[in-house]
Design a protein around this ligand. Structure first.
Ligand SMILES: [Mn+2]
Length: 361
């Protein structure tokens, strides 16, 4: 189950995995009156906060409270101010934090990523005004907390993540990670947005680190290599063609120079064609963005993507059979403004907005 290892090493560095966990059981029919989700009803809660759950048609959805009624800074910090759930039981999608940075090769600190992303995510509102996506009227979503990692032992962390995911599976949810999907669907397609290819073989003699996950994925046969795109790659390298190994596997390599000065919407038309109808996993490293926009990360590289291009990539995933997403490498100590985490929270929201079954207005 390499996805888990991937989470522990690369992803782990703080990964926030957004996992579509279960298909909708029924088609939802919204009354037009219920499409505005700004006014969550009052509850009996002592803090006077609105009850972030409301019933639309036959199904109950978790709708974050609006800042018109509930102070942004109030309450216990969860992703998008969603309810916290102990398990994935009854959820279509869940936010899961993996607060670990043991596998990092440079600046540590990503273990604090999930916490800061949750804090900054209080800015997120319920609808996507740009694309018309209404995720909280389409899927039952919650924050199911963090995997309890072992920061002294990366291999044990991998085991713990595997065990945590097994529990998610046991709730009856479809496990939407690369490893699990391999079993169900066969090898998956991968859209990997990153400054780094993360295809190293060993680092200081270790097979598991944040620069090795996709080499392990290939070794374990988890990827449909003709359906892999790596976007935003850049930086100094140890050999003149740093991405030769990726190309040899059949990956499409889009170095950042191909992205400069242009919209990535046309690129995503090609990537969607490449991904086809099969299952796709989206792995998004925050260091794909330029450090001017996202300084809070462990291995920054200059001349990266812009937030606009990041949105174009994620929105360009609409229509794909996305089986899971992650956002990795947010390291709060290197960005005291919190803006890197704010960016990450928004990118996670955008990922949720392009999951299959999302309703658009
Ligand atoms: Mn990276």
């Amino acid at each position: 189950m390499f996805a888990i290892l991937k989470h522990a090493s690369k992803t782990s560095p703080n990964s926030f995995a957004l996992l579509g966990l279960r298909r909708m059981k029924s088609q939802m029919h919204c009354s037009p009156k219920l499409t505005g989700i700004v006014s969550a009803r009052r509850s009996e809660r002592p803090d006077g906060a609105a009850e972030p759950r409301r019933r639309l048609s036959a199904k109950s959805y978790n709708v974050p409270p609006s800042a018109e009624f509930v102070a942004r800074v109030s309450g216990i910090s969860t992703m998008g101010k969603l309810p916290f759930k102990e398990s994935a039981e009854g959820l279509d999608a869940a936010f899961i934090g993996v607060p670990i940075d043991t596998g990092t090769s440079n600046r540590p600190g990503a273990r604090f990523g999930p916490r800061q992303i949750r804090a900054e995510s209080a800015m997120l509102r319920a609808c996507n005004g740009a694309t018309g996506a209404a995720p909280y009227q389409s899927l039952v979503v919650a924050d199911i907390g963090d995997v309890n990692v072992n920061m002294y032992d990366l291999k044990d962390t991998c085991k713990r993540i595997r065990e945590a995911y097994k529990k998610i599976v046991a709730t009856g949810c479809v496990p939407l990670t690369i490893g699990e999907m391999y079993i169900v669907h066969g090898p998956v397609g991968l859209i990997h947005v990153d400054a780094h290819a993360d295809t190293n073989d060993v680092v200081l003699g270790e097979k598991i680190g944040h620069g090795t996950p996709f080499r392990r994925c290939v070794e374990e046969g988890l990827l449909d290599c003709k359906r892999v795109a790596q976007i935003g790659l850049r930086g100094t390298s140890y050999s003149p063609d740093a991405y030769q190994w990726s190309r040899k596997q059949g990956f499409r390599v889009v170095q950042v120079e191909e992205c400069w000065f242009k919209s990535l919407t046309p690129l995503m038309v090609e990537v969607r064609k490449q991904m086809g109808e099969g299952p796709v996993y989206l792995s998004f490293d925050i260091d794909s963005l330029d450090p001017a926009f996202a300084p809070g990360t462990g291995t920054p590289e200059i001349a990266g993507l812009t937030p606009i291009q990041a949105l174009e990539i994620i929105r360009g995933c609409r229509g794909l059979k996305l089986i899971g997403c992650d956002l990795v490498e947010v390291s709060p100590p290197y960005d005291t403004t919190g803006n890197t985490a704010l960016l990450a929270a928004n990118l996670l929201f955008e990922m949720m907005c392009v999951l299959p079954k999302i309703k658009y207005y």
